[in-house]
Design a binder for this molecule. Sequence first.
Ligand code: NOJ
Length: 570
Amino acid sequence: MQPCCAVSVCHVFMLVLCLSAAEDFDWTKNNHGSFYYGTFPAGFSWGAGGSAYQTEGAWDKDGKGLSIWDVFSHKKGKIQLNDTGDSSCEGYYKIKDDISLMKDLRLNHYRFSIAWPRIIPTGVKSDHVNEKGIQYYDELIDHLLESNITPIVTLYHWDLPQVLQEKYGGWQNISMVNHFNDFANLCFEKFGDRVKHWITFNNPWSVAVEGYETGEHAPGMRLRGNGAYRAAHHIIKAHAKVWHTYDTQWREKQKGLVGISLSGDWGEPVDISNQKDIEAAERYVQFYLGWFATPIFHGDYPQVMKDFVGRKSVQQGLGTSRLPTFSPQEKSYIKGTCDFLGIGHFTTRYITHRNDPPGRSSNSYFTDRDLAELVDPRWPDPGSEWLYSVPWGFRRLLNFVKTQYGNPNIYVTENGVSEKMMCTELCDEWRIQYYKDYINEMLKAIRDGVNVKGYTAWSLLDKFEWDEGYSERFGLYYVDFRNKNKPRYPKASVQFYKRVISSNGFPNQREVENWKRKAVEMCSSSNQLLAADPLTSHMEMVTEIVVPTVCTLSILISAVLLMFLLRRRN
Ligand code: NOJ
């Protein structure tokens, strides 16, 4: 979660001005208001996603080792309502059920992650490989392929084996590079005959900043000013090593692709006539997406990061920058290690310049940037506190990727919106609106010439939302976590997304409006089904617990009575 402030009244006025002035950005040819009716290029891949810890459950089953998220979520006070991912959606036991949901949506791809400690319990390959873990992913991949759904597989979606954290300090330690490479190599060996799209890391920004700087995420370390930069440095090296391993050992035979999935909010200058704000907004994006993308595409950190962190470190009285450096050999080894770029995008911020004077103890990744984040109070924010719906920011971010990194092939690996409601609600009109507008901005970006090859709705199911537990629901499918069978129910957005997929875009206004109307009509009957669910779970309890208990008790009582009667006769 990133700090941000709501805009003050005068900012609101200024933002209103900015909104109209922003249309002058001719490089995005952005026109906020108009919806573009049209279709996506043939072969465009439509998908949905999830990740291991967020959906699998079975945290201690079939030989799985502990991950840092198992340990972190079991500590009191770390997660909303002390929720854990212990059982989550029970996805581990529901391969066929979930694939039938995907088939119903007509997905072209499904994005999931492999839990490292499920297949290597201690994280160290030479210790032990867990065959049952391999079998689970084999089964998942095989069933996807049988259903004509392409697996897009992430190797690291945050669930580091706990042993590696305890022994070495996790991503603070360079030894992770080799351990991760061994794990990746094992995955290529076992699954690479069928998996052709690999993502090394999911959202390393979050791992570095929330795992090692703010401590909101596992492993919960608060190493302000250093921890995030060090973790990121090792992650970038690990990514590059795995890409080279694939390139030299597997590519020829398996003919797959290896990329990384980076997250990035768009940063828009508050005042586009103010050079300082323009630079601050650029800095925001460079410290976010550029931190990882620039080394991978150009061999080194963004100049602005080197300048700012370097200057602040000197002012702090440090001999060297808190931002680590790559040697010339490392630069050329890292540069170009990306067959496609995964982009996870959800929201946008207005950015203004702000001086954050260095202090001995107050330095952090956040203050290194010298900027403030603002939001427009008119932006819809139905769910997560950080997630405002600002579709036009998506097109700008995609154009930024095109111009900064040489127009790479892009897969949108995450995009979607949450709701906070704990009550049951399947008629998610606001999610339909979000998807409609964001997907449309992506279509405009493709028309701008950005190479977007696929889109992944985030997420297929409601699931464990990290430090927010189950309080924020991102799913196209509602999961009833109160019921131990974790039944899934389609939200209205399922019907809408299905139509987008089957039309490969937005044919015309009349049809698209119709989809929306029908989706909302259908959801009310599913809502009734869900409302009846507490009754179903009650009946299950009656058959599974009450009936056997009553039967056992009756047998016992009869036996005691019989013995009593027999004794009296004797
Ligand atoms: C990015 C993370 O990769 C994903 O796991 C999470 O669900 C979304 N952000 C939404 O917070």
